[in-house]
Structures are given as C-alpha cells and as structure tokens.
Design a protein around this ligand. Sequence first.
Ligand code: ARG
Length: 467
Amino acid sequence: MSQATNQSWGGRFSEPTDAFVARFTASVNFDQRLAPQDIQGSIAHATMLARVGVLTDDERDAIINGLNEIQGEIERGEFNWSVPLEDVHMNIEARLTEKIGITGKKLHTGRSRNDQVATDIRLFMRDEIDVIEVELKRLREGMIELADREAETIMPGFTHLQTAQPVTFGHHILAWQEMLARDHERLLDCRKRVNVMPLGAAALAGTTYPIDRHVTAELLGFDRPTENSLDAVSDRDFAIEFTSFASILLMHLSRMSEELVLWTSAQFNFIDLPDRFCTGSSIMPQKKNPDVPELVRGKTGRVYGHLMSLLTLMKSQPLAYNKDNQEDKEPLFDAVDTVRDCLKAFADMVPAIEPKKASMYEAARRGFSTATDLADYLVRKGVAFRDAHEIVGQSVAYGLKTEKDLSEMSLDELKQFSDTIEQDVFEVLTLEGSVAARNHIGGTAPNQVRAAAQRAREALVALKVGA
Ligand code: ARG
C-alpha cells in the first residue's frame, strides 16, 4: 500500500505529501506496538455506538469481526504496515475498510485519532503497570525471605563507606525492601491516574453524536471517563508520572547494584552470585563479572533521560493536542521495557544471593565497629557521653598501635583508659551483643529483623491495586 495522498485526510490537499515528510511524520514504525490496545478501544467504541443507535447491530458485528481478524493477521506477522498511512490507527482502519467495505469507514464516527491515541497509551500503560507490579512484588517477596533467613548474619554497617557499626545482613536487605515498598506505592498511585478514559473527547471539543462515555469506560475497564475534553487529548502527566516512578525505582536498583558489585569483589568478599547471573572475561580466565547488577546500574541513565525527554516534550505546550505528543511513545516504551527487565533480573537474582558469613563477620570484627557500644557502656555507668567518646578514642588509638580489636584487649588493657570498665564490658564488645542491643522497632537486632520481615509480608499482602 503506498498511495501518494493519505486517503484519511487527503480531501483538501492538492498535491501529495513529500516523500520525506511522509516518513518524517509517520509513527507506525514504533506505534504499531499499540495495535492490541487500538483494536480493543475500537471494539468498545463500536459496541457503544451500536448501543446508542449510531451504528446498526450488523455494522457493529462486521466491524468487530473485521478487527478480530486483523488482530490475528498482526499476531501472525501477516499484516502489511504502511508508512504512508502514518500510524497504527490509520493502518488498522484502512485494513478494516479493505476487508469489510464502507462499514469500516463508520468506525471513526464520533472519534478522533487524538482521543484514540490517548486511550491506547493509557490502556497500554495499565497493562504494563500490572506486569511490572507482579515483578516488583516477586522481588519484594524474595528480599523479605532472604532477610528472614539472614536475620542473625552479622556484617559491618557503613557510613562514608567506612566501617561504622555491626548490623545484620537481614537488616540491610530489609532496607532495600523499604525503598521498594515506597516505589510500589508510587506505582499503584500512578495507576489510578492512568486508568481514566479520554475516548469521547474526540479531536478536542467532544462530539455531536449521542455517545455514552460511561459505557465505553466500563467496557474498557477504566475507572471513569475524563472530565474535560481539551485536557483529555493533551494530558501526558501519567506518562511523566510513570517515568518518574521508574527513575526513582532505577535509582534504588542502582544503589543495590553498586553494593552487589562491591560485595562480590575479592576485596569485600561478602557474597557470591551464582554463575548464571555472571559472565566471564575473554582475556582474563579467572574473571567472574557481576554483569547483571552492572547493567541495571547502567540502565538507570536511560530512564532518567526518558523522564527529561517527556518533561521537556510537554513544556509550554498550548492546549489541546499537538503533534509533539507523538514523541511520547519511544521514551515511554523504553522506560517500560527497561523497568520490567531490570525488575525481572533482580527478582531472579536476589533469592540466589549467597552470603559469605565468615567473611562478613571477620570484616565486622575489624575496624572497631563496637566502639560506640563501649561509649554507650560507659555512659550507662555514669560517664558523660563526651568523656566516654574521648576514652574510647584513646582505646581505639591503642588498638591501632597494637593491632587489636576492642574485644581482643584484656580487662587490664581497657582499664588503662577508664577505671569504670569492668568484666561485663565483654558482653557489649561482641558483635552479637552489639546487634542484639539495638532492640527496638527499626533496629538491627535479629528478633527485630524477623518481626520487620513479618510486618513487610503482611503489608505486601494488604497492598491492593487501586488502593
Ligand atoms: N500518531 C499520532 C500520535 O501519536 C496520533 C494522533 C494524530 N493526531 C493528529 N491530529 N495528527 O500522537
């Protein structure tokens, strides 16, 4: 198919579209991805038109059968996409008319491509959000179970990437899970604003046909029709909102990725990632590279880019529809694909993380990670915190000189710095004592981690789409 003048709007034109302009303005090469939603929307539109008497039942049936056949042609790869027909909408409509004749031309009654494309993208986004939500849930579940399993595993906690205080590995994983819990809420919140139906807004002002938008909205599973026709055809907030959810999520995944990369290094040696998530080097036979987290970290950049693209695309656009909006699809499609794939990779990988407990424990034992516990011990014995800080500082300096951790010093060695120190100090200087003492909601104590994992499980079950 390659007629020189587009039949859908060629009536007022006196010369064919310039061949380059036709290619430049066409979107079919990428928006054909919206075909299933376009057909779904058209079937609902035709059904509604018949219900209000604008189409006969026979016309409706011919349209619906034709569209279902076209869906099959597309799925089987038999559909002949035409660039001169510009976009997915006109390609499908032209094929429908080819198949069922003049009735096919009635489908577009009371509708414009402007409300049609806005509807298609929202249907697409809703479908994709639901797929993404499944992966996000799976990842959160995997983290909660890993955290529960590792509630007692001790590792060093860091600030400034310097050893700070011992924490439990389960506590660390639950910190990741908290980030994702907020992302999950953002996703479900975004879905509420996605699931509103623009169809019926027509080009910009609505239509003179006696349409029933509630019927179409219900047929398509939308919560309600949009309130304002001008806004309906031009709003792309929902795409910006999704991409901003995606950017924050990828920012979180990039932080987790960075830690996984560090932890798998020989220098940290905190975890092992199974071979199936890693690749080798073509030159260095000993290498096992954490490609999956590295790639997730890298892909964060393109999603931030898509957010900037969409924000800038919408900036200063006057009402109502502008062709600019055709540029919303590629960033959105790529953001959707990237988020889904990164979540899948993480959901598969996280339950397979193998902590190297002895190595983590050893790292926590180095670096005076119980120094704060010694200070707190002195405070409990009546020493002012600032003085306690000074005493512990001197003990650490001694430990550096003698290459001893605080827990490895004798009582006499410790007593050089404060007489207040007694035999019971060794209970607080152990790593187990240190983490167990942080026994409050949000703390790193193993029993708190288990309780937090249980609460997280319950919160995940309670989360409802549209809540
Ligand atoms: N391909 C167009 C888009 O993606 C569809 C809407 C075209 N509307 C128009 N008035 N030219 O935005």
